[in-house]
Design a protein around this ligand. Structure first.
Ligand code: MN
Length: 189
């Protein structure tokens, strides 16, 4: 099977002024597209050809001989999850059920935001920050490069992309400002 790009759930300029249409056109139209295109080339004639994205991630994770397939499949999945982790009407308070869990596991929504931001800012080099569920408990984690909670048996709930391509055109080196904008204005609870 050949993978196709998912549609963005909003227009490329819908997240302005926090993420510009220019950033989205490169991020969605070039970076994300390249992961999908590369994956489609890499799986031709392999056992991965008939698998879902999640199955490819599970089968290729932690296997050096499949590193390229894992990297491209995981980046395709991570980006699709990231597009849906944002909304033009994002920010504000979490929906009630999630808010209750956040208060239970982090103390308060503010405390969650502080810890999430610290994880996103401290991820050295390229990667992702995540809110995940681990056996019924919410946790924050960060992953490097293409790594994804799916490869660790955890259920992702929200993510922010902290590769420089996600924010450099709009924020240059100010990753913390980008993460704050994500948390305050874009996060899709
Ligand atoms: Mn990205």
């Amino acid at each position: 099977m050949s993978f196709e790009m998912i549609d963005l759930p909003y227009e490329q300029n819908a997240l302005e002024p926090y993420i510009s249409a220019n950033t989205m056109s490169y991020h969605y139209g070039k970076h994300y597209k390249t992961y999908i295109d590369n994956l489609n080339k890499l799986i031709v004639g392999t056992k991965f050809e008939k698998m879902s994205l999640e199955e490819i991630i599970g089968e290729s994770a932690k296997k050096p001989e499949y590193a390229s397939i894992f990297n491209n499949a995981a980046q395709a999945w991570n980006h699709e999850f990231f597009w849906n982790s944002m909304s033009p009407n994002g920010g504000g308070e979490p929906i009630t059920e999630l808010k209750d869990m956040i208060v239970r596991d982090f103390g308060s929504v503010e405390k969650f935001k502080e810890e999430f931001k610290a994880a996103a800012v401290s991820q050295f080099g390229s990667g992702w920050a995540w809110l995940v569920e681990d056996a019924g408990k919410l946790k924050i984690m960060k992953t490097g490069n293409a790594d994804t909670p799916l490869a660790h048996g955890l259920r992702p709930i929200l993510t922010v992309d902290v590769w420089e391509h996600a924010y450099y055109l709009d924020y240059q080196n100010r990753r913390a400002d980008f993460v704050s904008a994500f948390l305050e204005h874009l996060i899709n609870w």
